[in-house]
Design a protein around this ligand. Sequence first.
Ligand SMILES: CC(C)(COP(=O)(O)OP(=O)(O)OC[C@H]1O[C@@H](n2cnc3c(N)ncnc32)[C@H](O)[C@@H]1OP(=O)(O)O)[C@@H](O)C(=O)NCCC(=O)NCCS
Length: 144
Amino acid sequence: MVERKTPVEVKFSTKKDLPASQLDELFSAIGWRPRGETKWTRALEKSSLVLTAWDEERIVGMGRILEDGVMCMFYDIGVHPDYQRQTIGSQIMEKLIDEVKDKEYASIGLFAWEENPANIPLYEKFGFVKREGGMELVKYMKPE
Ligand SMILES: CC(C)(COP(=O)(O)OP(=O)(O)OC[C@H]1O[C@@H](n2cnc3c(N)ncnc32)[C@H](O)[C@@H]1OP(=O)(O)O)[C@@H](O)C(=O)NCCC(=O)NCCS
């Protein structure tokens, strides 16, 4: 287990007009495939909430929500490795949950990337429970 560090002061923003290059840098550092400007523009526009954590001019964490009025999903929850274990992931979760908790949704979901040992404990800490029965139509999906 990585030791908890003294929390760095970050500012949060919900603006959607974000530099794709910075988001891709964050994704690459986390180990996810970069998306490129076109896909980022599409994804951010269609998200109901885009939350980014900033250290000065640098995006160091993010999370976003897709909502349809009946249910919602959280996506792209990630913190730059240099900034992990400093409560930023928890602050992102708190803010995403605050956004949807009183909307009486039939489902509030996310996909947990089980390879990362930090994920499930983080989500469980905020009340998410594992559900059986999740499936994906993989043959029509194009990996990023
Ligand atoms: C998951 C992630 C967002 C957590 O962000 P973070 O800022 O480090 O999280 P916090 O410092 O707020 O820690 C919150 C909780 O997460 C869990 N956690 C965080 N890092 C952990 C680690 N290295 N090992 C085990 N649990 C960990 C713990 O439950 C922790 O609570 P605790 O401090 O009371 O033990 C971050 O590790 C990350 O970006 N990982 C890579 C991307 C990823 O896998 N995203 C999820 C996609 S499904």
